[in-house]
Design a binder for this molecule. Structure first.
Ligand SMILES: NC(=O)c1ccc[n+]([C@@H]2O[C@H](COP(=O)([O-])OP(=O)(O)OC[C@H]3O[C@@H](n4cnc5c(N)ncnc54)[C@H](OP(=O)(O)O)[C@@H]3O)[C@@H](O)[C@H]2O)c1
Length: 283
């Protein structure tokens, strides 16, 4: 699937999504440059070049972006995520890249959540750049891995949330996001042009989640519906920022599974039960 002369620049290669993309690019034999703060964490391969750098000094990026055709732009959560993304994206377009694939988040009502709004700001600013290459955006909903971030299942045999036990919630597996990104990066840029893809892979209630993990682990996993203040305090105590704690304790949005996902993935999306079975050690 490689396209002659393509050189792909990858951010976030050692994270949940990037670690799915990188092996696909290695397998495809395309030239890849990885920007990483800890090069030792990046898998080695003949077609990979590693540039050591972080978000706070973009000099190594500026010195190495020339000659690349595409950029996968993923920035880890932080309050100034918009500024960091805009800084990388602006430099990449100025260097002549033909396609930027941006990892964003679901569009929610304007300014309703800071942690999502920073993604919207970055998307809009990069989209508005004149005479740029293509701008593809991936807008995933809640990652299935969020369920295990605080180890309440592992340590306490319970799922905590503020939703009603029968409330439908959106999910996507990080493996699916990474697979979609890798496929887009290996397909002709004209195939996707400037599209923004919403990524919802499954819809499940808290009670269904508890039943799936109970069956998988052989333990009884219960669902604890917490008052929203208690859930917010839980996230603050775990070290989250007020913006992130507000988002995670109140997020309430529901759309159906994205009908286009099988086209992007080349297969059916992972159901929550598939993701759980593939990640049993997390519970
Ligand atoms: N969780 C959700 O439900 C959700 C939903 C929608 C969108 N998102 C978005 O998804 C993104 C996170 O993706 P992910 O889960 O794949 O991330 P992740 O697993 O946390 O990985 C983050 C990546 O960024 C790198 N990184 C972190 N700080 C850095 C720095 N200062 N300089 C250079 N590199 C740095 C990390 O490198 P190291 O290995 O060195 O740490 C790692 O490669 C965020 O933008 C988030 O807003 C999340």
């Amino acid at each position: 699937m490689t396209i002659e002369g393509d050189r792909i620049y990858l951010l976030g290669a050692t994270g949940r999504i990037g670690s799915v993309i990188l092996p696909e690019l290695i397998k495809a034999g395309v030239q890849v440059t990885v920007y990483a703060r800890s090069p030792a964490k990046v898998p080695k391969a003949e077609n990979i070049t590693i540039v050591q750098g972080d978000y706070d000094d973009l000099t190594p990026f500026e010195n190495s972006i020339a000659g690349h055709t595409r950029l996968f732009l993923l920035v880890a959560d932080r309050e100034d995520l918009d500024k960091v993304k805009i800084a990388f994206g602006t430099r990449a377009y100025a260097a002549g890249i033909k396609q930027l694939v941006e990892l964003s988040a679901r569009r929610l009502p304007w300014r309703s959540y800071n942690v999502v709004h920073v993604h919207q700001q970055a998307e809009d600013a990069l989209y508005a750049i004149k005479d740029r290459g293509y701008h593809v955006v991936l807008r995933p909903t809640n990652f299935m891995t969020n369920m295990t971030d605080y180890d309440t299942i592992k340590n306490d045999n319970r799922i905590v949330d503020s939703a009603d036990s029968d409330e439908q919630q959106e999910w996507i597996s990080p493996a699916d996001i990474g697979t979609v990104a890798a496929r887009i990066l290996l397909q002709p840029v004209e195939q996707h042009k400037d599209v923004a893809y919403e990524l919802i892979g499954d819809v499940k209630t808290p009670a269904q989640r508890a039943a799936i993990i109970s069956k998988l682990t052989g333990r009884t996993i219960s669902y604890s519906q917490l008052p929203v203040q208690e859930l917010y305090d839980f996230f603050i105590k775990a070290g989250e920022t007020p913006s992130m704690a507000y988002y995670m304790s109140t997020y309430q949005s529901l759309s159906p599974v994205s009908r286009g996902l099988p086209l992007l993935l080349g297969r059916a999306p992972e159901k929550l039960e598939d993701w759980a079975a593939n990640n049993k050690d997390l519970f």
